[in-house]
Design a protein around this ligand. Sequence first.
Ligand SMILES: [Fe+2]
Ligand SMILES: [Fe+2]
Length: 360
Amino acid sequence: MSNVAGLITGLHHITLVTKNQEVNRLFYTRVLGLRRVKLTVNQDDIYHRHVFYADDKGTTGSTITFFEWPQLPYGHVGLGSPHHLSYAVRKVEAIPRWKAWLAANKVPVTGPYLRNNRVSLYTRDPDGAIVEITTAAPEDVASDYLMETELPSVGSVTEEMRLTVFDHASPISSDHSLTSRFLEKFIGLKTSYVRKNPDDEDASIIGVGNDEKADFLLYLVYPDTPDGFVGLGNIHHIAVAVEDEADQTRIMRRLNAAGVGNSGVVDRLWFKSLYFRDPDGNLLEIATEGPGYTADEPLERLGERLTLPPWLEPSRSKIEARLSELDSQNPADWPPPYRPPPQPPERLWALMGASETAGL
Ligand SMILES: [Fe+2]
Ligand SMILES: [Fe+2]
């Protein structure tokens, strides 16, 4: 059996579900300062959009993507429906600036919190997905230091505030040793630590990663968690990166040899994908780093117009007609009525109540 240790280089993209791509676009571009790098359709459901946001260059690990499925009900976190994602910023000085900027945009925000050597803020997007903004905690930062800092006045997302790449994604595990063994044996990721959840002393957290980054997957462990439901406002799947298709194929062979169900390699034009589920039903993807978002558009024009893979071009007029029909039934409502952010943010059960399924 081929050796798969160390093949995964980090996170590639994270995909969620949105009710309205226009409201979503305003949030992720105007408020969070990302760039739309691809406007396309869901290749497995071609009459619905798939939009991608990333840093200016579309760097691997900076991309958040959304399926627009307005007819889907709101979902809830649980097994198979990951809890949150986290973007990294370079310096701790960016944290109070983000707090001020989010508040100025009337976006609810909690934090900063100092935990696991990180300083983090938590907010929600218009569909209710939890987005963390985090940075490594400086050694001399005191737990109450940032709370005491007077908020600066911030009129835009400045260069020092820029979201860079994902710091981590947090699915839920019902059994830390099963999750660790699965990820190590079949896709070559190693568990760096098992710790108490700082927000919930009855629960634990496992950090999973590689030699470069110890915990780009930060599983929240809750043995008795019920299944989640992936609907609006939830993470649909988490993609990790490999350098090329040869590495992807090595992992696929490993999955096949062990009888782990998977999609086989699927050509997504901008990368190749391989899908499977972890033991708790969380949908994971292995994606190749290339060829990247410039495969079909120049860097300076990324995401401006609806782009389709060549095999869908013959259906373009039908697709465009169906999308505008969808838009007329799904008007953009900006500013959206945001749900408050979770308190405390990484405590799962605080999120499992009625408010989670009540919509916005
Ligand atoms: Fe987190
Ligand atoms: Fe994906």
